[in-house]
Design a protein around this ligand. Structure first.
Ligand SMILES: [Cu+2]
Length: 259
């Protein structure tokens, strides 16, 4: 009985306390929580590499400090005095890092090309960078005047923020997208180079004037995700955030009907 109760309580806390980190937070050192399969893969790759990186870092630090300590001039003035070549060890410390780099390269390239793939999107959204705001166009849908749905998205100034709103991140018009749907962002710019970036979705795509770049994403849960322009583009570069709100299909259709 007690056991079941404890399990229930655990489940309760698990369901109610967990809160996704979908925006930068003060002193945050790790990634935001992922909301897309490709971000999960990126985090996984990072964690794997980080493990070996820490092991190697401590190994090298240990070898270095022990050399400094044991072969100090005061301690053993003549040991290895004439040693200035060691072909075997030089081969070892050249080939081992090369092998490690190859081991890192393969999964990285696999991921890179996987993310490059734009697979048959259900919705395309044109994201256009301007000095200094983003504008969006849903070219698959028409409004009542038979025009594409399009809107500008400006940062909310601090005095207009609602309680709990994020400073320099909140916008007036969010990009609304359905969850679990293949979406393609076509990214371009009207003036200078900007970059359309959304950490939780593993998107970072440069916006060039006169050029269309595309990235695909599948958002796997509901939520509000925050990103920023990531290519320095002028004095208000920090004031053109990106907000994507992922909602259920029904809510998305309701939103579309309103436009
Ligand atoms: Cu910009």
């Amino acid at each position: 009985m007690w056991k079941i109760l404890k399990l229930d309580m655990f489940q309760f806390f698990l369901n109610n306390i967990h809160e996704y980190c979908d925006a930068p937070r003060p002193w945050g050192l790790y990634f935001q929580d992922s909301a897309a399969p490709q971000m999960e893969a990126l985090v996984e790759l990072h964690d794997n590499i980080m493990f070996y990186l820490v092991v190697i870092m401590f190994g090298v630090a240990w070898v270095l400090t022990s050399i400094v300590r044991n072969y100090a001039a005061t301690k053993s003035p003549i040991s290895h005095k004439y040693l200035n070549h060691g072909t075997l060890i030089e081969l070892v410390w050249t080939i081992t890092p090369a092998l490690i780099l190859i081991l890192i390269a393969f999964p990285s390239f696999k991921l890179l090309y996987l993310m490059d793939e734009v697979s048959d999107p259900a919705i395309s959204v044109l994201a256009e960078g301007h000095q200094w705001y983003w504008s969006y166009q849903y070219s698959d849908f028409l409004n009542s005047d038979n025009e594409n749905i399009e809107f500008d998205s400006y940062m909310l100034p601090e005095e207009d923020l609602e309680e709990g709103g994020l400073r320099m991140l909140e916008v007036d018009n969010r990009v609304i997208l359905p969850e679990l749907t293949h979406v393609r962002f076509v990214v371009t710019s009207q003036d200078v180079i900007h970059s359309f970036a959304m950490p939780a979705l593993a998107i970072k795509c440069d916006a060039y004037p006169g050029r269309l770049n595309s990235v695909s994403v599948l958002i796997n849960r509901e939520g509000v995700f925050y990103g920023q322009c990531s290519e320095i583009c002028g004095i208000l570069h920090s004031s053109m955030p990106i907000v994507i709100e992922s909602v259920s299909i029904e809510k998305f259709l309701a939103w579309l009907a309103q436009q």
